[in-house]
Every structure is written in C-alpha cells, then in structure tokens.
Write a protein that binds this ligand. Structure first.
Ligand SMILES: [Zn+2]
Length: 235
C-alpha cells in the first residue's frame, strides 16, 4: 500500500446519483478517475493492470445503512475483486488506513521474508494500522475457498517475481555501480505507480547502508499534522 494522490473535485455523477433512490456510485466518470488516480493498481495488494477492478468503500455503506458513505468521493477506492471480497468482513468494518490521507510507508513495514509476506505496523498499539497489516497479509495468504487458494497464491507469486526483478537489478548495480541504465531501471521499479511498490521501497529503505544512492527514490511524504488528525487514531 502506497500513498495515493486523490484528485479533486469529486466526479460530477456522485452528487447527481446521491439524489436518486437507487443511485450508482460507479458511473463512468468515477471509474475513469479512480483508475487514473490509483494508477490502475489495487490499493490493498498492489497488483497492477486489474482485469476485475472494483469500486471499494473504505468504510462500508452496508447497503444503505450509511448512505452518506456510499457516494462520498473520499470513501471510494480502486481494488481488485479478491481484496474487496476479503475486506468485506466485519472485522474490517471500522476501517483501515486511508492511503489518500496518510503515507502507509511511514507507518508500516512491508516485507517478503522467506516464504512469508509480513506487513506490520511500526506502532503495535494502533488498531487501524494493525487491521491494515492483517488485511494485506490475508490477501497474499488466505486460502479459505478453492478460488482464494488460487488468487492468493497468484498474488504471492507475482510479488515474488517483482521482488526478483529488483534483486536482479541490485546485483547488476553491484557489478556496474556507475551504470545509468541500471539506476534508471531500479528507479522505475521503485515508483509508487509500479506493482508491489511498498515492498520494493521498504527493502531499499531497510538496506540504506548498502544502497545510499537509491534512498532518494524511496523518500516518504512529508509528515503533516493535519492529515494525521483527519486519519483519526494515526499519530
Ligand atoms: Zn488486490
């Protein structure tokens, strides 16, 4: 999960649809804007170029129980069907980190360790961050149905593949430390827009002593008190 810059004002259809008894929150202007703002990447698992994108509500609207959440532009997110399905569980009802308001990389560790995906909060007391970490880990490991066994391991395999691409380029960098081509490839692998960016960026940050020249590509958003307050319990 990486920081996303949500564009404003909200797509026009939302205000219009909110007035209808059976209004839609997924009109074309909403879809196009979400796809572009989120770089066509699921904000939870960070898989790219989604074939089955969903408009996900950060805080659930529960089929009309919370109508104000249904058409709220700030509550609409771009996710894959797999992650939307896993998040649709009452244990996530109180919400996860809003990556449009706070930079997840500032608060969380993202790692592929051995055969395990580990996503942890730096602040073990914070419930929102804990839920966020649990959700992201589940999207790579939950195997409670036949389909999820497949879709979770598919994400895990793709994450592994993406990390291997990074490791390969880092080896190249050891061999040719001056190569601008290698640096440029690594820089593009570390862009927030790229697949599984939080994991790759975290790896580089954790190996800062080994790769001081790459730290400029994994900088965090500047801390902002206002955003922290909007996020609720994120300090
Ligand atoms: Zn996903």
């Amino acid at each position: 999960m990486v920081k996303i810059e949500r564009s404003f004002p909200a797509p026009k259809s939302l205000a219009v649809e909110a007035q209808k008894s059976n209004g839609r929150y997924d009109c074309q202007d909403v879809i196009e804007r979400l796809r572009s703002d989120f770089h066509n990447k699921c904000y939870i698992c960070e898989m790219k170029d989604l074939q089955d994108p969903n408009v996900e509500h950060l805080l659930p609207h529960k089929n009309g129980k919370f109508p104000e959440r249904k058409f709220d532009w700030g509550n609409l997110f771009w996710s894959c069907g797999h992650c939307n399905g896993i998040k649709n569980n009452s244990k996530y009802d109180e919400g996860i980190l809003d990556c449009c308001k706070a930079d997840p990389e500032k608060y969380m560790y993202f790692g592929l360790e051995g055969n395990e995906v580990i996503v942890n909060s730096f602040d073990s007391e914070d419930e929102t961050l804990k839920r966020t970490g649990m959700l992201i880990m589940e999207t790579f490991s939950l195997k409670n149905t036949g389909m999820r066994t497949y879709t979770s391991s598919e994400r895990y395999k793709q994450l592994q593949k993406e990390m291997n691409l990074l490791y390969k380029q880092l080896e190249e960098l050891h061999r040719s430390p001056e190569s601008q081509i290698v640096i440029r490839i690594i820089q593009s692998l570390l862009r927030r827009e790229s697949a599984f960016a939080a994991f790759k960026r975290c790896y580089i940050r954790r190996h800062a002593a080994e790769y001081p020249q790459l730290q400029q590509y994994v900088e965090l958003e500047e801390p902002s008190g206002r955003l922290g307050a909007e996020q609720g319990n994120i300090r």
